[in-house]
Design a protein. Sequence first.
Length: 204
Amino acid sequence: MKWQWLVAPGSAIYLIPLVLLVGGAVILRDRTATNAVLRWWAAVAGVCVLVAASKISFYGWGIGIRAWDLTCFSGHTALSVAVWPVVLTLLIPLNRPGWRLVGAITGAAFGGLIGYSRIPLGAHPASEVIAGALLGCLAAVPAARALGRSAPPPTFTPLILLATALWIAIPPSHISGLSSERWFAKLGAKLSGSESLVERRRNM
């Protein structure tokens, strides 16, 4: 399997706009769901902040757990697990509760697969993928419960599916070039006042 093709659907530059778009569509259909959507957005934002903080603290100060080979949360894993189960649930009609459960399970499996792909790609060890998955679950589970009786307009689903297909079709090399990792590394070094970046092989 070409694991590189799982880079795009786990990328923050795709998932964050997807969260905003799907949540906005839910509010457009049902204003009473606003608070639930806002909680989901806040949870996803929290995931992003914690992932960024873990990476910056490692690159700047070498903070991590050496025995576990754990330096940070896997961002692709955390965001995928936080987003895909909720999105796939919301895209299934409200009158299909059984299929909505299938959507949640499929989304969780897809998020897990994206997380696993980070290991053969050499982006993260298993410990960081597991940490990312646990962080993503903390955001996804309460969001899925809060949005259990919500859905975007029916005509919205084909649009999201088309956008997802087009995004995933982008060559993996184009996505990897947009990685935020180097920015976290530079920021960590700048904040810590270090002249050189902390590297995993040297410190973990």
